[in-house]
Design a binder for this molecule. Structure first.
Ligand code: HEM
Length: 430
């Protein structure tokens, strides 16, 4: 990503909240710029995302961000959002997960097995990067029933990353004049075209084969897009399918990378995680056994608490009141998951990596925001959880790691929080 900012940037919003309170009007340059409010109490987050979510939209001109392509689920609003989300929901339920988890776990373990080629080499391997392959293979098998060959998977991931980098830069430059060139545009657009070409092949295959015996997510998407004119139908379907991949790929990769990094930096937590994984006696992972890894799941939760997004935003579409403050229509309301995840009013010793808090403490659910809350909560959170925990278990079953001296996880600001310098390790067999 072009712009890399470190932890200090993440600390700005919590610092403003600490000084000025839970509801703060932020100065916005420009006479006609809409007002901006920073809210920093879980009750306020619950107000905008759950109780009064209908008073807010995600806002922003997504059409511009999407280069004029149809918007995928994450960017839809109102009735159109409901029309798409409703039929997709069942494909992300606990019941559906049971069906797709074996494919997901097969993809994850196959790619973790392939790390054997790095064992014993002296070079530093960037596990943040390598985890991308693990996660993408699991996702493609689980979400679309597609198993990709290694070369195909690698070039698909390169294309997806090229596009993500361009899209993120584009989003960050959103308010800047259109004549300014957006970095990585040509490569980014070529990346998206390549991703679409692969997805088109899978879609055509499915059309030729007809719906699966037990309809899956791809069948559901095909059905939602039916009824449009053929051109729009095709464009919408591609946008929805690739939108799902973009929503799930880097998010799950970074959450898993952060958790692994934090475990490697905390020997007692790592020892407990190994103990839990070793109790499986080296048996191949299955959905039921991964579901029982409660300590590792707590590590994944805690990893995401520490990782955190820097900020999220909603726009008021009617006048409102938050915590006794008037919120005029058009106000952009900001909140910082990073700040709320580190607020000592809601977390004991918030700076400490302590997975057991998710096993023993009473967690204020509105103070824990990796997937957001309310009706727009991440549709894929169950897949993310099972994939993250399965990947960690498969890794800990097989390998030990030497971290590069002096390295520690530091926040690198991107749309999805990553790590400065990746996750450099040397790999050994256990
Ligand atoms: C650890 C991994 C993940 C994290 C941290 C994450 C986080 C989020 C968050 C915070 C949102 C809400 C954004 C907002 O309201 O502003 C969201 C929405 C969404 N996520 Fe995830 N996500 C993850 C994995 C996944 C996976 C695996 C999938 C799909 C396979 C997925 C698909 C989506 C979709 C489609 C939406 C839009 C839902 C809607 O607007 O109705 N995500 N995600």
């Amino acid at each position: 990503m072009g712009v890399a900012m470190r932890r200090e940037t993440y600390a700005i919003m919590p610092e403003v909240a600490r000084r000025y309170g839970d509801v703060v009007t932020l100065p916005v340059p420009g006479r006609n710029a809409p007002p901006m409010l920073l809210v920093s109490h879980p009750d306020h987050i619950e107000h905008i995302l759950v109780k009064h979510h209908q008073r807010y939209v995600k806002g922003e001109s997504y059409e511009e961000l999407m280069d004029g392509q149809p918007l995928p689920l994450a960017f839809l609003e109102g009735e159109e959002w409901k029309r798409v989300r409703r039929p997709l929901n069942p494909h992300f339920s606990g019941h559906a997960l049971e069906r797709v988890a074996p494919k997901l776990i097969a993809g994850v373990t196959a790619r973790v097995d392939a790390w054997a080629e790095y064992v014993g080499t002296a070079e530093w391997i960037d596990l943040e990067h390598e985890l991308g392959t693990v996660v993408m293979d699991g996702l493609m098998r689980a979400v679309f029933g597609v198993t990709m060959a290694t070369d195909e998977l690698n070039s698909y991931i390169r294309s997806a990353r090229d596009y993500s980098r361009y899209a993120a830069n584009r989003a960050m430059m959103h308010d800047l004049p259109a004549f300014l060139p957006r970095p990585f545009q040509r490569r980014g657009q070529a990346g998206l075209a390549a991703v679409h070409t692969d997805l088109e092949r899978y879609i055509e295959q499915r059309r030729a084969d007809g719906p699966s015996a037990e309809p899956d997510l791809l069948d559901a998407m095909l059905e939602i897009s039916a009824g449009e004119c053929p051109h729009l139908q095709h464009a919408k379907l591609l946008s929805e399918v690739s939108g799902m991949i973009f929503a799930g790929f880097e998010t799950t990769t970074e959450a898993t990378a952060w958790t692994l990094a934090l475990l490697l930096r905390h020997p007692s937590a790592l020892a407990r995680a190994l103990e839990e994984v070793d109790a499986l006696d080296g048996a191949p992972l299955e959905y039921a056994s991964v579901e029982r890894l409660s300590y590792l799941k707590a590590c994944f939760d805690e990893g995401q608490r520490i990782q955190s997004a820097m900020a999220n935003v909603r726009t008021a579409i009617e006048d409102d009141e938050i915590g006794g403050y008037f919120v005029p229509k058009g106000t952009r309301v900001l909140f910082s998951p990073y700040g709320i995840h580190r607020d000592a009013r809601f977390w004991n010793e918030p700076d400490r990596f302590d997975p057991t808090r998710f096993l023993t403490d009473k967690i204020n659910k509105s103070a824990y925001l990796p997937f957001n809350l309310g009706p727009r909560k991440c549709i894929g959170f169950r897949i993310a959880n099972i994939e993250g925990v399965a990947a960690l278990a498969a890794i800990l079953q097989r390998y030990t790691f030497e971290l590069r001296a002096g390295w520690e996880p530091q926040h690198r600001m991107r749309i999805i929080t990553s790590m400065v310098d990746g996750l450099p390790v040397r790999i050994r067999n256990r």
